[in-house]
Design a protein around this ligand. Structure first.
Ligand SMILES: C[S@@+](CC[C@H](N)C(=O)[O-])C[C@H]1O[C@@H](n2cnc3c(N)ncnc32)[C@H](O)[C@@H]1O
Length: 365
């Protein structure tokens, strides 16, 4: 298996002492409560208070300022000490923020991941085991009664919707600047945005180039949300939307014309391997020799830093338990095989955009 260097170093050799390994095993055993402790310490502003207070704070001061009991403060702070998000001065008994605690409140990716895991996934993780066995998102029932999460997106309660979109947008938004340079290097006039969601990429495209027109393909519910979202925005008259369920093998892409660019951002990870081949084959029907298909994905094997690969392989299990039961964050070699099966070829690959995206540029054979 090909792995980028940082991952290879971490994943091919044991690097922990026995004591460290035992600690990590206990970290896993208490995973749910470790997560909740850290989340509450952040939500209640305790980590932030510790960051801002020179010389740290005592349990009593923390309890007073957050209006919680000394008992609650003691439980939270002692657990936080042992999970490594705060430190204590053993002479003064004053707590300060640790490096990990600092990341919890300052690293935007960590904040987005915590909200996503708490609001969208937490209850559903309980059904991961049966989801893996059945290939169905058995945890999705904790959010609503839909075959996949995508049918439910537009009707999720506001705070859950915010966390879902916060997670989705955080990753793609951060790559858009570099992606625009790459895509518009091909001088497209027509662009098909497959799985275009709320229209953020389409809006960036019409802003970036005055001549391009964008067609968004997505589920009908998302097309309604997209129209609402782009209303009154500059260039919106050059964006149109088509509601279609691409899981329906018979659902074609708009075949009345060919597109210069087909754009699939964080889209193919919503589908199983067979479904990806079917979708890519249908995409070839709206391409000509000059067209290029751009697949933007976060491939776990192509990450520069190991924590990113950790986030991605664990996000795969969100697809299992919540999203659809059969898709994942793919290894780039798997994606390459599926692209070849669909009868198209890879022209070039760009790595390390934003928070770890790659763009695979494909053309007809
Ligand atoms: C993870 S989001 C990616 C959104 C956007 N392209 C981005 O980069 O942020 C996947 C998108 O695919 C759409 N989608 C999922 N299943 C679909 C289906 N069966 N047919 C059409 N669109 C689908 C979802 O509605 C959603 O908008």
């Amino acid at each position: 298996m090909n792995l980028f260097p940082d991952l290879k170093k971490k994943y091919t050799k044991e690097s922990l002492s026995a004591r460290e390994a035992q600690r990590l095993a206990e970290f896993i055993a208490f995973g749910p409560v470790i997560f909740q402790t850290a989340r509450i310490m952040s939500k209640w502003g305790i980590l932030e208070m510790l960051r801002n207070r020179n010389g740290g704070m005592t349990i009593e001061e923390i309890a007073k300022e957050t209006a919680i009991s000394t008992y609650a403060a003691k439980c939270l702070l002692e657990a936080s000490l042992c999970i490594g998000i705060v430190l204590i001065d053993d002479k003064t008994n004053r707590f300060t923020l640790s490096k990990t605690g600092w990341f919890l409140i300052n690293d935007p990716a960590t904040k987005v991941n915590i909200d996503f895991n708490h609001d969208v996934n937490y209850l559903g993780w309980f059904n991961l085991e049966e989801s893996l066995r059945k290939g169905k998102p058995e945890g999705l029932k904790t959010l609503g009664d839909w075959p996949t999460v995508y049918e439910g997106l537009s009707s999720l309660p506001k705070h859950i919707q915010d966390s879902w979109f916060g997670f989705d947008h955080f990753y793609s938004d951060n790559s858009f600047d570099q992606a625009l340079e790459i895509v518009f290097g091909y001088k497209p006039r027509t662009l098909l945005d497959v799985g275009g969601n709320t229209g953020r990429w389409a809006l960036r495209c019409v802003e970036y180039n005055k001549n391009v027109s964008v067609t968004i393909l997505d589920l009908p519910q998302q097309i309604c949300m997209m129209k609402e979202n782009i209303k009154d925005k500059k260039g919106a008259e050059r964006i149109d939307g088509l509601g279609v369920d691409l899981l329906d093998e018979a659902a074609p892409m708009p075949t009345d014309r060919k597109f210069d660019v087909i754009w699939m951002s964080q889209f193919l990870d919503c589908f199983s391997e067979e479904q990806i081949v079917s979708i890519l084959k249908r995409a070839t029907k709206v391409m000509n020799e000059e067209s290029r298909l751009f697949i933007m994905e976060t491939f776990w094997d192509r990450q520069r830093f190991e924590p990113a690969a950790l986030c991605l392989t664990l996000t795969s299990l969100y697809f299992t338990a919540i999203a659809n039961g059969n898709s994942k964050m793919y290894h780039s070699e798997d994606m390459e095989r599926l692209i070849n099966e669909a009868g198209i070829v890879i022209e070039t690959t760009h790595d390390h955009l934003g928070h770890g995206h790659s763009i695979i540029v494909c053309k007809l054979k």
